[in-house]
Ligand binder design. Structure first.
Ligand code: G3P
Ligand code: MG
Length: 264
């Protein structure tokens, strides 16, 4: 836990209030460790990220696990759709060797395992809810994800984000105190405040390529938390400094933290 974090209440609101710019580790410290694993989360916290972004998927037996893709092939030694595998089946897989042999034996974490670790280190979490597969009931998926958060009483430190705005709208309608952020959809011309007024989100996320002064100024004017991904090197960092963007979403939190420290 960083000294600064320990000086204020462990809530998302408080963390944002105390930091003009902060680092969100994208899939953990995914440039230096296999994405969405406990190793990438540990490295992110050590690097000084105040929030960790993770992607979640559901297993056949409705367990919520960290995984970006709906299929196993890219980041594990398994094959096929996660939704067709039980947690027990997934637990036999290696989620680290694809990245580097030094991470062999890394497992696919349950969301609850990741949340427990983040809570212990007083770090906020951004749970990205991946769009449901066609045959999936997006409400029951959401309820499983929400249950993991509520079980650990982490709703005040969690930001739910998604490209699937319908899911975020549902969360806000049924859990009005929860924090949500809409992710920019390709070719969507709406400003952050227009999306916020439609789905009730208090945050907006877009890629560096999609960032414009119109979007950044609109978010600032309407007090919408703006996050931009991914800020990975010095050139990205200098670009982002031209905009009022508080949440720097990075695969290399240690590098970006050092740039931020040099500014201070
Ligand atoms: O939240 C930003 C980012 O995570 C969205 O894209 O594909 O990296 O999950 P992706
Ligand atoms: Mg993501």
């Amino acid at each position: 836990m960083s000294d600064i974090v320990s000086q204020h209440a462990y809530t998302l609101r408080s963390m944002i209030q105390h930091h003009d710019r902060f680092i969100v580790a994208h899939r953990g410290s995914s440039g230096t460790a296999p994405e969405n694993t406990m190793s990438s989360i540990r490295s992110a916290i050590e690097a000084g990220a105040l929030m960790v972004e993770v992607d979640v998927q559901l297993t056949k037996d409705d367990q919520v696990v960290l995984m970006h893709d709906p299929v196993l092939g890219r980041t594990t030694n398994g094959k096929g759709y996660i939704r067709t595998k039980t947690l027990q089946e997934l637990q036999t897989l290696d989620a680290g060797t694809w990245f580097n042999a030094q991470f062999s034996g890394e497992h696919i974490p349950l969301l609850s395992e990741a949340l427990g670790y983040l809570k212990q280190h007083k770090t906020c979490v951004n749970i990205e809810i991946k769009p449901p597969q066609k045959e999936d009931d997006h409400i029951s998926r959401l309820l499983a994800i929400i249950e993991s958060v509520q079980t650990l009483n982490m709703q005040e430190v969690t930001l739910f984000s998604s490209f699937h705005h319908e899911s975020l709208h549902y969360i806000k309608k049924h859990y009005p105190t929860f924090h949500t952020a809409g992710i920019h959809l390709p070719n969507d011309k709406r400003l952050p405040s227009e999306i916020a007024s439609e789905i009730g989100c208090e945050g907006f996320v877009c890629s560096l390529r999609e960032l414009t002064h119109a979007k950044a100024d609109d978010a600032e004017k309407h007090d919408i938390l703006l996050g931009v991904y991914t800020i990975n090197d010095e050139s990205d960092f200098h670009k982002i400094l031209q905009y009022p963007v508080p949440a720097l979403v990075s695969n290399f939190p240690k590098t970006i933290k050092e740039f931020l420290q040099h500014l201070a």
